[in-house]
Design a protein around this ligand. Structure first.
Ligand SMILES: N[C@@H](CCC(=O)N[C@@H](CS)C(=O)NCC(=O)O)C(=O)O
Length: 211
């Protein structure tokens, strides 16, 4: 069977999670740049989003489905534990991050900085300020959640961590979220510690152009 390919730009949080999964499992893979909305991505994903995956004749989209496939198709440490409760908790974390934390932290707050749509290209301050109470609530919740073991589920690195870390990486680089996180020691340690993990460090996106 042809090798595994992850398609999407490296800066996407969801692409990053899939690449972490490949490295964690020791799966050789090719990373192909693909921009959302392009004909190339629309050929792989019905809405042109990233990531997509190719493995032989199989094309998959949705990062969770891609990572689950990688976890089941290849030997190596389980990213989604087989044990009933731990496995369910990983599913819970991925779901809450993708449906509640990503929409606020990335789509509303980070996008208000990165894609502000303001006349001068500066941050959309109204959108930033409106996101802050919820952002603080979510970050404080995450701080409490990782404090006991330094992981989201049990005492080991799982897909739940691989799914959250890219989001925290970007938040820590923005002024308001960075200031909130600086006051949350468990979350700060969690991020610093796992960014040094070989699978995460090896797949860290390049800095934006001009930096
Ligand atoms: N639920 C999808 C989300 C994919 C997604 O929204 N990707 C973003 C980049 S991080 C994207 O393609 N955005 C462009 C768009 O929505 O048109 C997954 O987990 O793969």
């Amino acid at each position: 069977m042809a090798g595994l390919e992850i398609i999407g730009v490296a800066r996407s949080t969801y692409v990053w999670t899939c690449r972490i999964a490949c490295v964690e499992k020791g799966v050789p893979y090719t990373h192909t740049r693909g921009w959302p909305g392009t004909p190339e991505m629309r050929a792989l994903h019905p809405f042109g989003k990233i990531p997509a995956m190719r493995h032989g004749d199989l094309v998959l989209y949705e990062s969770k489905a891609i990572c689950t496939y990688i976890d089941r198709a290849f030997p190596g440490p389980k990213l989604i534990p087989e044990e009933l409760v731990a496995g369910a908790l990983v599913e819970q974390w991925i779901s809450v991050v993708n449906t509640t934390i990503d929409p606020l932290c990335i789509r509303r707050y980070l996008y208000a900085h990165v894609f502000p749509g303001t006349p001068d290209g500066g941050p959309d301050q109204a959108a930033v300020q409106a996101a802050l109470p919820g952002l603080r609530e979510q970050l404080e919740f995450l701080d409490r959640s990782v404090a006991p073991t330094g992981h989201l589920v049990g005492g080991a690195f799982t897909l739940a961590d691989a799914n959250l870390l890219p989001i925290l990486y970007y938040l820590a680089r923005l002024p308001e979220a960075g200031a909130i996180m600086a006051g949350l020691p468990a979350l700060t340690h969690y991020l610093t510690h796992h960014l040094a993990r070989p699978s995460v460090a090896a797949t860290e996106p390049p800095p934006p152009k001009g930096k």
